[in-house]
Design a protein around this ligand. Structure first.
Ligand code: NAD
Length: 399
């Protein structure tokens, strides 16, 4: 049985990972979830899971040395998976310091506790040795690589290399907006306080591997989407605003391109890296789904309109007439400072080494995601508290 410490497990990706692991391994895993329950964390997302006998929840900060030491001593995790972070780029622009504290110092605290708890002694060459089967996984982001140019006005076919083609069965109609993709060797060039803090966390993780020989891996993923994402991020924000009849704010001209990864595909990749990935390595995890923001927004409008027209039971969720659901809801707002133009991941390494590829085409994933939000309106209502409303006003009014 594998024992996990999952930090940030009440957040979007962490909660989906908890569900994935329990769905796959059932009672053959033991999970301790540590989460500070900031505005982005929501225990409701993992309510059913935390009621299981092999799952426990601890409210606390990854930067709290005493608490993390206690958890590691009591539960002796084989895998420590660090999802906990401040994650919203816009918030990092208004309050960068918090991002450095959580994302950098919090990560270092987890690494240090693992180093001490897992150390067994030294080998003949004087290098530290650790207990068998232990692994620390740092969940990072493609944003550490900075921004890629958008070379093409309209998308062109994405050519897969023959090795990836063999693995990526069933994925067709792939396209790209540029000739370059991020590989694990792309130089790190973060451009926002958020991505600078995540990059620093990667560097300190690598330093623990190099200096102390700690068994770590790093995964760098593209933009995730799916159930349980806090509605300040593009996709749930747009779904929520369409239902409420609010304008749909799109930065600049909506031309920025992101590579969208369905969160279940991501969870599967993390599981593979933990169990089969090489120690000390970085793995890029992408979705093969490059889309412009404006296309995402229009696609969601079209899907919701079609569902409302064909399945009248959902109309009770609408706060305004169905006829208003069209592209006229889109409003262009002044761009985010330093807004990265394009991210796109080359997942060749994880595909060829571990046999993983992003199975979910964007159209399938976005339809599932929209349906999940329509079927779970109480979740969005719960997490969009008064604080969120205030934040929303600050971010998007007067832009
Ligand atoms: N969402 C994406 O598209 C995306 C893309 C690339 C990388 N990532 C990375 O994946 C990880 C998870 O992202 P997410 O979208 O689920 O984020 P999220 O904001 O939804 O969740 C983060 C969770 O961490 C918790 N947290 C924050 N500070 C904490 C602290 N000091 N101690 C303990 N818990 C704390 C929050 O309460 C929340 O539950 C992050 O490290 C993020 O950088 C996310």
């Amino acid at each position: 049985m594998k024992r996990y410490l999952i930090t940030g497990g009440a957040g979007f990706i962490g909660a989906n990972f908890v569900k994935y692991i329990l769905g796959k391994y059932g009672s053959d895993v033991d999970l301790t979830i540590l989460d500070a329950l900031t505005y982005a964390g929501n225990l409701g997302a993992i309510a059913a899971e935390t009621a299981l006998p092999n799952v426990r929840f601890v409210k606390g900060d990854i930067g709290d040395r005493e608490l993390v030491e206690k958890i590691v001593a009591e539960h002796d995790p084989d895998f420590v998976v660090n999802f906990a972070a401040e994650t919203h780029v816009d918030r990092s622009i208004t309050n960068p310091r918090l991002f450095l504290e959580t994302n950098i110092l919090g990560t270092q605290n987890l690494l240090e506790v693992c180093r001490k708890a897992w150390l067994t002694g030294k080998d003949a060459a004087g290098k530290p040795t650790y207990r068998e089967g232990k692994r620390y996984l740092q969940i990072s982001t493609d944003e550490v690589y900075g921004s890629l140019p958008r070379d093409y006005d309209t998308a062109r076919e994405l050519e897969l290399t023959p090795e990836v083609k063999k693995v990526a069965e069933g994925r067709t109609d792939l396209h790209t907006f540029g000739s370059g993709l991020f590989t694990e060797d792309t130089p790190l060039a973060p451009r926002s306080p958020y991505s600078a803090a995540k990059t620093s966390a990667d560097l300190i993780t690598q330093a623990y591997a190099e200096t102390y020989g700690l068994p770590v891996s790093i995964t760098r993923c593209s933009n995730n989407y799916g159930p349980y994402q806090f509605p300040e991020k593009l996709i749930p924000l747009v779904i929520n605003n369409i239902l409420e009849g609010k304008k749909l704010p799109v930065y600049g001209r909506g031309e920025n391109v992101r590579d969208w990864l369905y969160v279940d595909d991501h969870a599967k990749a993390i599981d593979m890296v933990l169990r089969k990935g090489r120690q000390g390595e970085v793995y890029n995890i992408g979705g093969f789904n490059e889309e412009q923001n404006i296309t995402i927004v229009k696609t969601i409008i079209d899907i919701i309109r079609s569902i409302m027209e064909n399945e009248p039971a959902y109309r009770k969720l609408l706060r305004h007439p169905l006829e208003n659901i069209d592209h006229g809801l889109i409003t262009y707002v002044s761009d985010r400072p330093g807004h990265d133009m394009r991210y796109a991941i080359d997942p060749t390494k994880i595909a060829t080494e571990l046999g993983w590829y992003p199975e979910t085409p964007f159209r399938t994933g976005i339809e599932k995601t929209v349906r999940w939000y329509l079927d779970n309106p109480e979740w969005t209502a719960d997490v969009t508290s008064g604080d969120y409303r205030k934040y929303y006003e600050e971010m998007y009014s007067n832009r």
